[in-house]
Design a protein around this ligand. Structure first.
Ligand code: NAD
Ligand code: MG
Length: 392
């Protein structure tokens, strides 16, 4: 029986994770669930999965949650705050931590789980983008098993050769990262000036939280994923190529030096990578239907359009610049995406905010968690101020 802490239980990945877990009550049990503010949804999840702890972000939410739990005779204890998230992520009883909080808020609890040597199912790509060096060093030191949930990285993981890390990459030449192109594929930059948050969040193939949906629409998501892949697979940015594949059936590919290219295919449903990582190295049912190649009939591929989607080029440059560039990129992007969702800036201004912040913030070596948090905070202050100027 694997005991699991699920950070970000009420989100898109969280709900899909619980769906897979509910199919295998003999294999998995929940130790703790967490949510930011959606107390009612979290209380319902607690009634179904009966965790020992449920964690929310503030004291008022914890009080409300405890009241709901008491009314329903649930034995779950409500906790709140980052320290509680770290506590349930690192608890001795826990085998596996699903890191599915969105954004920089996931970094500290995910690192706590890594340092405690847990098996980590990593959906929270921002944690790796903002603190990749520290994160991977902590993984190496603790011997924690790190399994990617992002569908592209999970696909690459599945296509890598045995002994990849220990044998000089064993013939792998290049990683080919699939991108759907998002809801605005085929448009010019000018045709995206007036798009609304709801249009940006209407992804053609995947149903996801609003932050990652906007990232998918700007292609910043692919830029973040390129940086994520550099860290996960110890690959330079030059050896990772983005391939736009609108059907989202091939989730990514690995090219070998003998001319072989291995791909992982499947219906676009996050329960596949979640089930893969939960059961690895075994396989379990995920609830995802069989792939019907006759229905799909064709698979298309195209180059990404960097002029229309500058965020991909900005992120690639940040990956190549190294040092604190990815931390700054991630922070500015989180601030800009929130401003777009709040309708304070336009869609195409997201790239402008990120690029401007990167150009104006000094690059430093991210030597400690405190240094990363300092860089993250400075970039947030700078981009928020820049956005205020744009609003005028
Ligand atoms: P979501 O917005 O649906 O859910 C986010 C979760 O994080 C919620 O449970 C929310 O309560 C919690 N949360 C938000 N802010 C928080 C804070 N400040 N402190 C503590 N908890 C907080 O997002 P999602 O789509 O499930 O994505 C989660 C992560 O997984 C993201 O990093 C995303 O990039 C990654 N991811 C998602 C998908 C997908 O299909 N949804 C695919 C690949 C990777
Ligand atoms: Mg992805």
């Amino acid at each position: 029986m694997q005991k699991i802490t699920l950070l970000g239980a009420t989100g898109s990945i969280g709900v899909s994770t619980l769906d897979v877990i509910a199919r295998h009550p003999d294999k998995y049990s929940i130790f703790a669930l967490s949510a930011h503010t959606r107390v009612e949804q979290l209380a319902e999840q607690c009634m179904q999965f009966n965790p020992r702890f449920a964690v929310v972000s503030d004291a008022a939410a914890a009080q409300k949650l405890q009241q709901l739990l008491c009314e329903s005779d649930a034995s779950t204890e409500a906790l709140w705050g980052v320290d509680a998230l770290c506590q349930v992520a690192a608890a001795a009883e826990v085998d596996t931590v699903m890191a599915a909080i969105v954004g920089a808020a996931g970094l500290v609890p995910t690192l706590a789980a890594v340092k405690a040597g847990k098996k980590i199912l990593l959906a929270n790509k921002e944690a790796l983008v903002m603190a990749g060096g520290l994160f991977m060093q902590a993984v190496a030191e603790s011997g924690s098993v790190l399994l990617p949930i992002d569908s592209e990285h999970n696909a690459i993981f599945q296509c890598l050769p045995a002994g990849y890390a220990d044998s000089g990459k064993n013939g792998v030449r290049k990683l080919l990262l699939s991108a759907s192109g998002g809801p605005f594929r085929g448009r010019t930059l000018a045709q995206m000036h007036a798009v609304t948050p709801d249009q940006a969040c209407a992804h053609p193939n995947w149903s996801m939280g609003r932050k990652i949906s906007v990232d998918s629409a700007t292609l910043m998501n692919k830029g973040l994923e390129l940086i994520e892949a550099c860290w996960l697979f110890d690959m330079p940015a030059q050896s990772i190529e983005v391939v736009v594949h609108p059907q989202s059936i091939i989730h990514s590919l690995v090219q070998y030096n003998d001319g072989s290219v291995l791909a992982q295919l499947g219906n676009p449903d996050m329960r596949t990578p979640i089930a893969h990582a939960l059961a690895w190295p075994q396989r379990i049912e995920s609830g995802v239907g069989d792939l019907n190649l006759f229905d799909i009939a064709r698979l298309d591929f195209e180059q990404p359009n960097i002029e229309a989607f500058p965020c991909l080029a900005i992120a690639t440059a940040a990956a190549q610049a190294g040092a604190s560039a990815a931390t700054i990129l991630n922070a500015a992007n989180e601030v800009a995406v929130q401003a777009f969702l709040d309708q304070r800036i336009g869609f195409t201004q997201i790239a402008e905010v990120v690029e401007h912040t990167l150009n104006c913030q000094p690059l430093t070596e991210p030597e400690s968690l405190e240094a990363v948090q300092h860089t993250d905070n400075d970039a947030r202050v700078y981009s928020s101020t820049y956005i205020k100027r744009l609003e005028k």
